[in-house]
Design a protein around this ligand. Sequence first.
Ligand code: HEC
Length: 105
Amino acid sequence: MKRQPQTLMVASLTLALQTAHADNESGRAIFTEVAQPSCTICHTLADAGASGSIGPNLDELRPNRDQVIRAVTSGVGVMPAFEESLTESQIQAVADYVVSVTSAK
Ligand code: HEC
């Protein structure tokens, strides 16, 4: 079968959407499970079902991507650094996740 350009375009768009969805899922998993101690212990984030109150409420703070990456990488105040326990791409994924579930509100 000869593929039409339109078919390819639809296929790659579908793939892009699925990838974005997967990223959000993995970002949520990092937020709730992979990061240790879990972000949920200290932060409130409605999308993740988190109601921690040691750190700022992320739904209200609505940090930008750089802010999340900086905080998670190096820690701030009593928040630990995750530089040693998460990979750079996991840190980026959790940052994209936090931004995507808080910025639209
Ligand atoms: C042990 C508790 C604790 C854990 C675990 C924790 N945090 Fe925090 N977090 C804090 C506290 C406390 C602050 C505020 C620190 C300050 O401003 O002095 C903070 C601040 C932040 C900020 C705001 C940074 C800024 O620029 O103001 C973000 C974003 C953040 N945390 C995201 C996360 C994410 C994502 C995770 C999981 C990977 C996480 N935190 C895990 C306690 C925690």
